[in-house]
Write a protein that binds this ligand. Structure first.
Ligand SMILES: [Zn+2]
Length: 293
């Protein structure tokens, strides 16, 4: 490789690092203070400065109260608390939202999940009713058919997805000032029931379109018929401190900070500092040698 080219390249990395406020050094550690919070992609990331979802609060309860996997990006935890409280306020008297795993305190791999490693993922059990429409606590991860009904193995009872409350939850999450929804994995039939319901309520077109857009079904995992998997997008400032990827970035989300394009003047400055520049090195060696005499 042309040493000058190498010098320019390495120097440009330094410039890029400066643009990212010193966030270029791989993993969060005392040697990499630029990386913090939600770091990396959700299936290969870690988490610092996490917040813990309480065991219960207004309108929600943990599915596994004693689990240590209830840590997340503070924005996500706050959005869950607000959304659940919102549902309880708008549709009082119902069973609470049952919330499944978030992430471990410092992120990384947790059993049963490929993702959930960087504090941006959470599993939300469905609000349910009896077939007659009375709100009842979630029976856990039971599989719903396309008509919104599921049979609970233990009791042999049927439950129905509580579409009213489920839509209130989705709407609260989609309009939350704390988060941008990157996606919600949910099976197509339940998505159709939710969208039909939103249309029947006369919800704004833009909101319904956003809901349709973020409700996805992954091609590489089981049908999402027993819970909703919510992932939040990186905030622009988090993108600077290591948060990345994890799915589509929708046009209504705030853009992450662009990297400044280097101009001709920058390249000249970089080239001038090239430590591999032969003439520059010879000049300084001669100067050193002259000092020796
Ligand atoms: Zn999940």
């Amino acid at each position: 490789m042309d040493p000058r080219a190498f010098g320019v390249r390495s120097a440009s990395i330094v410039v890029a690092c400066a643009a990212f406020a010193s966030g270029c050094f791989n993993a969060p550690s005392p040697l990499a203070p630029g990386l913090r919070g939600t770091v990396g992609v959700p299936n290969r990331g870690v988490l610092t400065e996490s917040a813990e979802l309480p065991v219960r609060g207004p309108g929600f309860t943990r599915y596994r109260p004693q689990s240590s996997h209830y840590f997340g990006n503070p924005r996500l935890v706050h959005a869950l608390e607000s959304a659940a409280a919102n549902v309880a306020r708008l549709a009082p008297g119902g069973a609470p939202l049952s919330i499944g795993d978030l992430s471990a305190k410092t992120g990384g791999r947790i059993p049963g999940h490929d993702s959930h490693r960087s504090g941006r993922d959470v599993d939300l059990l469905f609000y349910v009713t009896t077939p007659a429409g009375a709100s009842v606590p979630s029976p856990g991860f039971v599989r719903f058919e396309g008509d919104g009904l599921a049979r609970v193995d233990d009791t042999k009872d049927f439950v129905r997805v509580d579409i009213d409350r489920e839509w209130l939850l989705l709407r609260s999450l989609l309009t939350s000032p704390d988060i941008g929804v990157q996606f919600m994995f949910v099976c197509h039939e339940l998505e159709a029931l939710l969208i039909d319901h939103a249309r029947s309520l006369g919800e704004p077109d833009a909101l319904v379109w956003q809901a349709e857009t973020v409700m996805l079904e992954p091609s590489d995992s089981l049908r999402h018929d027993d819970h909703v998997h919510l992932r939040i997008a990186c905030a622009p400032d988090e993108a600077v401190t290591g948060c990345s990827g994890g799915g589509p970035r929708w046009q209504w989300l705030p853009p992450t900070a662009p990297v400044r394009q280097l101009e001709a003047r920058d390249w000249e400055e970089i080239a001038k500092d090239d430590p591999f520049d032969v003439n520059q090195r010879l000049t300084s060696e001669l100067t050193e040698a002259a000092r020796g005499f």
